[in-house]
Design a protein around this ligand. Sequence first.
Ligand SMILES: [Zn+2]
Length: 200
Amino acid sequence: MNQSLPSLQKLIRHLQKVPYLASKNVYRVASYFLTTDVEVIATLCQAILEAKQNIVPCQICFNWTEAGLRCSICSSAGRDQGVVCVVETWHDLMAIERTAGFVGCYHVLGGALNPLEGIGPDQLSLGALMQRLTNGQVREIILGTNPTPEGEATANYLATKIHPLNIIVSKFASGIPTGASLEFMDKITISKALIGRTPF
Ligand SMILES: [Zn+2]
């Protein structure tokens, strides 16, 4: 890059640190910022800061919340607190919510077990989940981890831990392709997998 543009180089360096921003798009995004009104950019920066400052994990399920300690799902009288679907990420939670057919609650693990990447039980919210299961309120755990090797390993780990607690453990029906992520599944596939869930 032209060495006489240190500010642009700095911007590109920071954009390159943003996950999911494809390398080719980094230059397009930088161009967009440079050609857009400064007020629009200021509003965008403010929105990012506000979201970062105001949104925290729910103390029960680790969904995002802006309204205090509990998220809107954990605080809702219309949700069955006795059925908890365990998912890897907030994106997976949102994929299930988009089906509008699940009336239970969630537990967001924050990822899946992956020893090669240094992700063990302590790096996920597994301890909080096990603590949550001690109050006797939860009667069914639906393992909604993704059908990847890491997701399956996490589901097996959880099943081993939860079975002795006398809580029903079920798993999404087959239909979600192996290696896929819930995040990218269509609503009908997820609904069918949830409705047809089987003991695990
Ligand atoms: Zn919650």
